[in-house]
Design a protein around this ligand. Structure first.
Ligand code: IFM
Length: 472
């Protein structure tokens, strides 16, 4: 087999998010976010786990940056905790909160690691949820104010900016199925929240650009699904179209093209008239982007519900009696065949290739980054304390090879951020699911790079994928 080599400018990074790793939830003026409240509500997370300490990155960030540097990574994508910076979600910033991120960024730059900042990775200040949360229009304006504050504080040293991470999860899991914070189960609020997240992206992008040097780039990260129909029957194709609108079109329609898909309006008409889309909103949302971030883990396989198809609603987004998908009771989700990760997500690297090529066609010329990709496995240290994770290496190899194939086929993919640098708080699954390339012992908080970290580090240093059976 010929070695799989990447362009010399390709960025090799790892990603995390604030609530999943920082801990220190009551330090330096931080107040609760919706995830603090949700995780401390009995029954909401596995084992009652929460992010109070998480992996204590707030105090150990220097060691974590040193780890990345030792591996040879070129970039680090992390998110800012809004309630550390603006505890009530409005008004003046808390300098101690911003100082933490200044120190982190300086540490990264000193080690030649490019910081990529995500402004919002699901942790809305609780006070803003108390005022209505994302279904409330004002939240989008509060986000723009927050974006401006962070842009002013870090814009001189951070070039890569991402407004929102996976707004689908914020809206559909937070307000639809309720398996994520704030745990609401209101189909109309889900759609309304989606629009206000889009508006927040547009207003936030404008606010960032108003205070930052022109060289900085603004993007957002979508967990765009590759939606596949079970068969080519018209009913299954229509089911796939509906889920594609609800998973993808609802965000990339207004953001990339300045319009919601007509078919989305038609499909949801029984629930809402979309009157929360006000004059001028679509132009605000449709800001020019410098890049698009794609997060990919697994494809969705769907069919029309009906006498020929029955089965569980296995959409892979956690157990809830409420569907995250508004107006989609006529759609069934199916478990694709083949191997799965510890999340139960099927492994299909071609889904990543298809996703990249879709955006390459849809927005030609827009640089793409894979801002998340990775897998959870039940990793355990061996008798010598080493953590071997060959399945994760195979997963990474398979997906990176598909990224390379897409580049060879003309896609402008500029970089890849492995999810995740460290084992961390996997939301409703608590600490049960380990996505890290670096193992964390949750008793001592000691970090041990897994074999996959060494494998990925070698890929980053050489720009070529090592064989999957190379021993580290
Ligand atoms: O851990 C999450 C991350 O916060 C967002 N994208 C998916 C990851 C794995 O579930």
């Amino acid at each position: 087999m010929s070695p799989v080599s990447f362009p010399s400018t390709f960025l090799w990074g790892a990603a995390t998010s604030a609530y999943q790793i920082e801990g220190a939830v009551r330090e330096d003026g931080r107040t609760p976010s919706i995830w603090d409240t949700f995780a401390h509500t009995p029954g909401k997370t596995a084992g009652g786990d929460h992010g109070d300490v998480a992996v204590d990155h707030y105090h150990r960030y220097r060691d974590d940056v040193a780890l990345m540097s030792g591996l040879g990574l070129g970039a680090y994508r992390f998110s800012i905790s809004w309630s550390r910076v603006q505890p009530t979600g409005r008004g003046p910033a808390v300098q101690r909160g911003l100082d933490f991120y200044r120190r982190l960024v300086d540490e990264l730059l000193a080690k030649d690691i490019k910081p990529a900042v995500t402004l919002y990775h699901w942790d809305l200040p609780q006070e803003l949820e108390d005022a209505g949360g994302w279904p409330e229009r004002d939240t989008a304006y509060r986000f723009a104010e927050y974006a401006q504050i962070v842009g002013e504080a870090l814009g001189d040293r951070v070039e890569q900016w991402i407004t929102l991470n996976e707004p689908w999860c914020s809206a559909f899991l937070g307000y639809g199925s309720g398996v994520h914070a704030p745990g609401r189960t209101e189909p109309v609020a889900t759609l309304c929240a989606s629009h206000h997240l889009n508006l927040a992206h547009g207003l936030g992008a404008k606010a960032l650009r108003s205070v930052m040097p022109a060289r900085n780039t603004v993007a957002l990260s979508l967990n765009s699904s590759t939606v596949r129909p079970l068969t080519q029957d018209a009913a299954d194709l229509a089911a796939a179209r509906k889920i594609d609108d609800l998973a993808n079109g609802i965000f990339h329609g207004p953001i990339l093209h300045g319009a919601y898909p007509e078919s989305l309006f038609t499909a949801t008409r029984q629930l809402t008239d979309w009157s929360y889309v006000q004059d001028g909103d679509l132009a605000t949302i449709n800001q020019p982007l410098d890049a698009l971030g794609l997060n990919y883990y697994t494809p969705a396989l769907v069919s029309a519900a009906g006498p020929d198809h029955s089965g569980p609603r296995a959409d892979g987004h956690g157990a809830s009696e409420h569907s995250p998908w508004p107006a989609a009771d006529d759609v069934l989700f199916h478990q694709p065949p083949g191997d799965r990760t510890a999340m139960g997500w099927s492994i299909d690297p071609t889904g990543l290739y298809d996703l990249i090529m879709r955006y390459e066609r849809e927005v030609p010329g827009l640089p793409l980054y894979i801002t998340e990709n990775g897998a959870a496995y039940d990793d355990k240290p061996d008798a010598e304390g080493r953590v071997h994770d060959p399945e994760r290496i195979a997963y990474l190899h398979g997906h990176l090879a598909e990224v390379r194939r897409a580049i060879a086929d003309g896609a402008d993919v500029r970089g890849y951020f492995l999810w995740s640098l460290l084992d961390n708080f996997e939301w409703a699954y608590g600490y049960e699911k380990r996505f890290g390339a670096v193992y964390v012992d949750y008793t001592t908080l000691e970090r041990t790079p897994k074999s996959s970290a060494h494998w990925y580090g070698k890929a980053a240093r050489t720009g070529t994928l090592p064989e999957i059976d190379e021993v580290f």
